[in-house]
Design a protein around this ligand. Sequence first.
Ligand code: NAP
Length: 312
Amino acid sequence: MMEKKMYDLVIIGSGPAGMGAAIYAVRAGIETAVVDRSPVSGGQVLTTYEVDNYLGLPGLSGGELSERFREHADKLGVTFVTADVQKIENHTDKKIVFTDEGSLEARAVILATGASHSMLGVPGEMKLSGLGVSYCATCDGAFFRKRTVAVVGGGDVAAEDAIFLAGICQKVYLIHRRDTLRAADTLQKKLFSLENVEIIWNSEVKEICGEEIVEGIEVRNNQSGEQSSLAVNGVFIAVGVVPNTDAFQGLVQMDEKGYIVADETCMTSEKGIFAAGDIRRKPMRQIITAVADGANAVHSVQNFFVSQCSTL
Ligand code: NAP
């Protein structure tokens, strides 16, 4: 169990938003602890094969970029706590963060737990998860060397996954429900140049088939209504993300999708509670915007502390 201690600031999550906030907070002399359920910092970025749009550090893998963030934070003396946050109590004078390892107290809290992959919700998906159905190409791609796989989705993650898998697998189908991708242009150009990638447009996966491992998928063209079977060994699902806000239900205002309502100041509906990164309702979820949120959130934390002093 952790020692009960009062911090100025507890940051929950050690992805780019949490790490960005930690660095700004510690440099501002704010006594800070970062709590993450994983001892490996990085969050979603850890599953990214190559990050080519983070300023000044092109071409690093998600793991390498996360390590750089962690090294930077360690160098500044950030305190990391490995624990799973279960609930936060909001009192006028403090916030109590309850975890599976005990509780911490803080004058302010930054919620930066990011988002996780969505499920497709078709028959066979749950049953064959880990048996050919995967949500992380960089984690599981190597199991499909020289085999045939399908990627489902049309965003950045689907395009990145298909590009990564094309370097490992014999054949990659990209199945997308519309006739244009929403992935970045550079990714699309790369994707379209790959000979072993076949894009199946206007199509939806209706079922993932197989008794003990994935053997194929049933695909329906939503324009013609035609249904076809594709033999594949693996299915990589990349159909978006959902915010990791379960532990914060009822604590702060959220939108209908569960994202925390906060503008660029990262201030939530509750005083002293801030939201940074992919967990926040915002138009663009990128590593660089998450890091920027971290800095903005700490600026708001400082203003909050000043306002607390002036009301004493
Ligand atoms: P996304 O951009 O929301 O794309 C999700 C894709 O899945 C869309 O093409 C969507 O189709 C499709 N989709 C959603 N529900 C579906 C369903 N039930 N059946 C079939 N297809 C479905 O999500 P993402 O690619 O996971 O990316 C998440 C965020 O992370 C994005 O903001 C992205 O830009 C960001 N990201 C950034 C980086 C980076 O900074 N380098 C890297 C990766 C991701 P429609 O297009 O028809 O809606």
